[in-house]
Design a protein around this ligand. Structure first.
Ligand code: GUN
Ligand code: ZN
Length: 469
């Protein structure tokens, strides 16, 4: 008798779309694969095959097929899990707080709410809520700021680990220009960051991101420490903020008169390079844009936050032309939604102000593979290449009457993608899967096939006819 453990097989039926590279402004045809009647074959939570339903089924031996768990998402889009490249879980409770620009908003809302995270219970409740909301919005990976308190990282990592998510998180380093109960010191930041790296970095799918909040709230000694930590291992990440707001930039100029510009602060202290990502990057001089690209640092495009805080309009087109890797980000709670679908809508409007409208294929690349590349996690996630981790989101493009009415009239792939990013939101998220397993299901489904849609079933050995429209 053969007692070799059998892999867990899963078969997903749907309109499969994933990106192989940036489609660019011209939506290059070789940048993506789209199988309108498609299938994903998953073994032990990893992608083993992708293709047309009929072709893929013909490649799998019937006996193996017979053991698979089957998810029928026919008629729905199946994309890689969405990637949020910059967000703050402790700010979940201050999202949508009225008025003022960045520095006042930090003082009036952000610092007070973050003070509460010395309490592990507050941290755990908020982390669990945040992770649950990410999944309900189709996001399976994020680069997440905690607070200055190490317990806040423990809470987030524990929640992410429980859901088997691939996540980045780090303890905020901040030793000046914030309320006393939110400050650490160089030594405390070193001790706590090292202990957190030891505890969480590389545990399951988790990785640690060194997190100096932004230049004004760290002393030079603390920035030096952050740079040393980043250089100490080949796989640590760095996240921070850059050039978000004119008053912030003027303040950085006063605090760091020996630096050429804002970017140069991070350059001088060894905080630019692969696996570094900076939120906002709106008001950069040409030399900063060129230097960012030269160092391989990525930019997180946070349009809902930038509009909400009146910060300005990130120039995605210019960043791409300069060779900067860009990811999409909600920046909750400066941003106004957990939804990367809504965020794409605002990204499009901001791109229009620069007269470089963001094309739909490039937009969805940005929310999936682009984000994974910006975070240097594309070896694991971002598309459906064989061996990648099987995180995916199932989207109902006709989730609302407005979308259905619109798509009854024109319904190419580009139409579906564009209408969803302008009219759609989390109501389009029918289900979210992590490593193949369902982690969120819209209940009740807003539309689509009501009988067993998304329910695992035993195998149809003969192909199910497609219901694609
Ligand atoms: N700059 C420094 N801290 C923050 C923050 O929490 N949110 C935003 N949007 N910008 C910042
Ligand atoms: Zn931020």
């Amino acid at each position: 008798m053969n007692d070799t453990p059998q892999p867990h097989y899963q078969l997903v039926h749907g309109q499969i779309l994933h990106f192989l590279k940036d489609p660019g402004a011209a939506d290059a045809a070789d940048s993506y694969q789209y199988f309108p009647d498609g299938a994903l074959w998953i073994e032990d939570g990893h992608i083993a095959d992708v293709g047309l339903w009929a072709d893929l089924l013909a490649r799998i031996p019937p006996a193996v097929l017979g053991r698979a768990e089957v998810f029928d998402y026919s008629g729905k889009l199946v994309l890689p899990g969405l990637v949020d490249t910059h967000c703050h879980y402790p700010q979940s409770a201050i999202i949508a707080s009225f008025g003022r620009q960045l520095l006042d908003w930090l003082n009036d809302y952000t610092f007070p709410v973050e003070s509460g995270f010395s309490d592990p219970q507050v941290a755990q409740t908020t982390a669990d809520y945040f992770v649950e909301r990410l999944l309900a919005h189709g996001t399976t990976t994020a680069s997440v700021f905690a607070t200055v308190h190490p317990e806040s990282v423990d809470a987030f990592m524990a929640s992410a680990e429980r859901h088997r998510l691939r996540m980045l998180c780090g303890k905020v380093m901040m030793d000046r220009h914030a309320p006393a109960n939110l400050l650490d010191t160089v030594r405390a930041a070193e001790r706590d960051s090292l202990a957190l790296i030891e505890r969480w970095h590389g545990k399951g799918r988790l990785r640690y991101s060194i997190t100096p909040r932004f230049a004004p709230t760290s002393s030079i000694d603390q920035l030096v420490l952050a740079g040393e930590l980043y250089a100490s291992r080949p796989d640590l990440h760095v996240q921070s903020h850059l050039a978000e707001n004119p008053d912030e930039i003027a303040w950085v100029g006063e605090l760091f008169p020996h630096c050429r510009d804002y970017l140069d602060v991070y350059a001088q202290y060894g905080l630019l390079g692969p696996r570094t990502i900076y939120g906002h990057c709106i008001h950069l001089a040409p030399v900063e844009i060129a230097e960012m690209a030269r160092h391989g640092a990525a930019a997180a495009f946070c349009p809902t936050s930038n509009l909400f805080l009146g910060s300005g309009f990130f120039n995605h087109h210019a960043a791409l032309n300069a060779g900067i890797q860009v990811g999409l980000a909600t920046d909750v709670g400066g941003g106004t939604s957990f939804s990367l679908i809504r965020t794409l809508g605002d990204a499009y409007k901001v791109s229009q102000l620069h007269r470089s409208p963001l094309p739909p294929l490039q937009a969805w690349y940005l929310a999936t593979l682009g984000g994974a590349q910006a975070l240097h996690l594309d070896a694991f996630i971002g598309n459906f290449r064989r061996g990648k981790e099987a995180d995916f989101v199932v989207l109902e493009s006709r989730a609302t009457p407005e979308l259905a009415f619109r798509l009854d009239r024109r319904n190419s792939l580009e139409d579906q993608l564009f209408a969803m990013m302008i009219l759609g939101d989390e109501r389009c998220v029918a289900a979210t899967h992590v490593m193949g397993r369902p982690a969120f299901r819209q209940n009740p489904p807003l539309s689509g096939r009501l009988h067993n849609a998304g329910e695992p079933s035993t195998i149809p050995v003969t192909p199910i006819p497609s219901t694609c429209r």
